[in-house]
Design a protein around this ligand. Structure first.
Ligand SMILES: [Zn+2]
Ligand SMILES: [Zn+2]
Length: 231
């Protein structure tokens, strides 16, 4: 199975599950990427250099990394590398000469600041973005046509807003653009109706009515605003 065929099948499956399909798949893939990094690639000099230049990982991916069981040795090696880099920068930082205390602190500090600023992107973010592009391109390429993903998309909760914006930067075909926007409109109307229903049922006059799908509409709505999988 080629990577694209696998991505197509994964997308179809993810569209049947709650939340943004691209967020779901990228979260899964990034988890695997981090596992590989810890268990197989931790001694890869190229990757270690990338991590050093980025001064580690972003907060989200650091959280994912430290929650992986048995990761402590790999993480200690990485932390040793990055803090070694930080230490070199602070130890070699220029200080004002004893008689030149009037040297501008701001200029000296700017030099150190530059060396303490990441020179590269979090490697897991770079990986995740490449995967997002792949899934979005497949979604757009295979939306229409026989066996296309449109019906599954229409029935789903749609892309989160960040991934919808990203899809808009990649769409090439006007029929695909129209189908995507129409589907997103219908999904948006359902979302608004569910939020209205949730709000209505919180009125004491309707409190005895049983809850339906709108029960967690507020959570799904926030999830769709930022992406990721809140629960
Ligand atoms: Zn998303
Ligand atoms: Zn990251």
């Amino acid at each position: 199975m080629t990577e694209n065929t696998r991505a197509f099948h994964d997308l179809r499956e993810a569209l049947n599950q709650p939340g943004c399909p691209v967020c779901r798949l990228v979260e899964r893939d990034t988890g695997r990427y981090l596992d590989n990094l810890l268990w197989e690639n931790v001694n890869d000099p190229g990757l270690r250099g990338e991590i050093r230049r980025a001064l580690g990982f972003c907060r989200e991916h650091t959280r994912m990394l430290v929650s992986r069981p048995g990761a402590s040795l790999g993480l200690a090696l990485i932390a040793r590398d990055v803090w070694g880099e930080v230490q070199r920068a602070t130890e070699t930082a220029r200080l004002p000469a004893p008689k030149a205390r009037r040297a501008r602190a701001a200029d000296l500090a700017a030099g150190l600041l530059a060396r303490l600023t990441p020179r590269g992107e979090c490697p897991a973010c770079a990986y995740a973005r490449a995967m997002e592009d792949l899934y979005l391109d497949i979604l757009l390429e295979r939306l229409l046509g026989e066996d296309g993903l449109l019906a599954a998309y229409q029935a789903s909760g749609g892309l989160c807003l960040p991934h919808f914006r990203q899809a808009l930067t990649r769409v090439q075909d006007s029929a695909v653009y129209a189908a995507l926007v129409e589907a997103q409109r219908a999904i948006g109307q359902r979302r608004l109706a569910e939020l209205d229903e949730f709000i209505r049922k919180n009125d004491y006059r309707f409190r005895d009515e049983p809850w339906g799908r709108e029960r967690d509409a507020w959570l799904r709505a926030f999830n769709a605003l930022v992406g990721g999988l809140l629960s």
